[in-house]
Design a protein around this ligand. Sequence first.
Ligand SMILES: Cc1cc2nc3c(=O)[nH]c(=O)nc-3n(C[C@H](O)[C@H](O)[C@H](O)COP(=O)(O)OP(=O)(O)OC[C@H]3O[C@@H](n4cnc5c(N)ncnc54)[C@H](O)[C@@H]3O)c2cc1C
Length: 611
Amino acid sequence: MSVYQTHTTDVLVIGAGLAGERTAIEAAAHGLDVIILSLVPPRRSHSTAAQGGMQASLGNCAMGYGDNPDIHFEDTVKGSDWGCDQDVARLFANTAPIAVRQMAYWGVPWNRVVAGKKTLPDGREIEDLKEYEGLITARDFGGTAKWRTCYTSDGTGHTLQYTMDSIVIKMGITVHDRMEAIALIHDGENCYGAVARCLRTGQLHVYLARSTVIATGGYGRLYGVSTNAVINEGSGMFLALETGVVPLGNMEAVQFHPTGMVPVGILITEGARGDGGYLLDKNLHRFMPDYEPKKKELASRDVVSRRMIQHIRKGYGVESKWGPHLWLDIRHLGRKHIYTNLREIANICKNFAGIDPAKDLIPVRPTQHYSMGGVRTNIDGHAYGLKGLFAVGESACWDLHGFNRLGGNSLAETIVAGMVVGKKVAEYTLGAALDCPLKLVDEHVKRQENRISDLISGRLGNENVYELRKQMEETLMEYVGIFRNGPDLQKAVDKLQELYRRSLKLGLRSSGKYASPELASALRLPGMIRLALCIAYGALNRTESRGSHAREDYPYRDDVNWLKRTLAYWPPGAELPVLKYEPVKITELPPGDRGYGESSAANTARTETTP
Ligand SMILES: Cc1cc2nc3c(=O)[nH]c(=O)nc-3n(C[C@H](O)[C@H](O)[C@H](O)COP(=O)(O)OP(=O)(O)OC[C@H]3O[C@@H](n4cnc5c(N)ncnc54)[C@H](O)[C@@H]3O)c2cc1C
């Protein structure tokens, strides 16, 4: 007889980052009862670490004059390398200004326009006009035609998350933190909530809900070096995949950020380059203008990361005991600017590298950063395959970002999608009944109890969870990185399949009871390797280059054959995902030249030669 505590609610939100909390607020504002689950207290969610800012076409600052949602839409589609859903991009660009202003109303202390003439680091003279003084200002970010990234110094995620969480508290929304969802409760057609495990006590809990929302963030920590928080292990994605009926979209689309600090991988925000920072090589030569004369350091992230690796491969990297790197130089921005507008990265440089960016160069290298793929949903945020299941934020493939997310578009997505999807969740919930058969709940709990007791008893085998995890991380780092090719991707798939089989034979070193990190890791690992396989196998099968997916053996974007989104399913008992494809909807902007990067020019050649 299973022993577990049951909680019943209208809406269950799994994840307390910006996306989860904004969705919860919207649902609660419709009079619904909401429970949020989180691995950590909400303010420790990864969103708090976001630095540089949130895109919205307010057009208040001098370099943003004339901006509007049409230009934001166009930048987003080009940034995605025509991989995104254009209806979603349109909805997003139109709503982002409302979201930024609402966050100001709720208390976010956005940096404001200061009127007057200014000289930019590249010598250009600009003037912020008196009539805009005091309005929300913006900074430059990669891949945008206008300065559009609204910010609070370089602690934008911090101010957004603290403000959002204050609204959650004010509305009295229930949060159960240190409570990990470990399985969705479903019958193959409807989702009824989740089984969760308390990370303090080890006790199982059942959450029954009319709607369930996955808002668990990205999977950065599948890679050995990532800018992501240690809790970003992709759990909501593998819970959805495990149902066998919910697909993950475009898992091969993995973003590498140009400036992870060496060796720790902590992010140095794009705001540093947006504010005028340069990339230098071992000869202190500013090399980006040689490759990208127009956008220089501020081409989109996929392009800058590739250029950096190409430059290192040509022998211009700075040798170090952690491998070659390049330099980020922000010294010319001046101590005052650095210690006000970029003060968080100044602290990071001091605390993690012992350097002062006002006088020292910062060692940087492209580092895993963002998951464009995730739980595939429609424009309402409703997951494919299960009624009553939604997904939002970085864990979702809504699909705003296609094959490359623009900097500043993720914070904006968490809040815009929270507003839009939250409303759709409320509408769905108000028309839905909670009629989950108790037998189904018992079966789901029993399955989790069996998994746990199998691991604790050691009857499955003696494989070491930490050793297998390390090998998974190394495999992705080595074979599924910035540049990819068929033989390496095949090696990754073979190795990950071996690791997957072994992950079904884990044995614990600890007793595994109560607050056991080893047990928690062992419960997650098979799911994480399944995600890794979706990434590697999806990449192997996509025989083109698009955005962040750069195949050395298929160097061109191929709009004739690959204007498609990958859908990865995991049927029961499978050892590889089943891949299906759906067309990418082009509703406004037909594929063309991005205006930067190598792939778009190549695409023209490819399109001309394809019959
Ligand atoms: C260092 C860094 C800086 C960034 N800076 C910017 C920026 O300046 N601008 C920008 O647009 N984007 C930025 N990004 C990206 C952006 O911060 C994230 O994409 C975004 O914050 C993700 O929000 P989220 O709500 O989807 O997920 P998260 O904030 O990651 O929240 C996930 C939540 O899910 C919970 N959770 C996870 N698994 C479970 C489970 N199984 N059960 C229960 N709860 C669970 C966690 O506890 C957490 O509360 C940055 C990313 C990084 C890594």
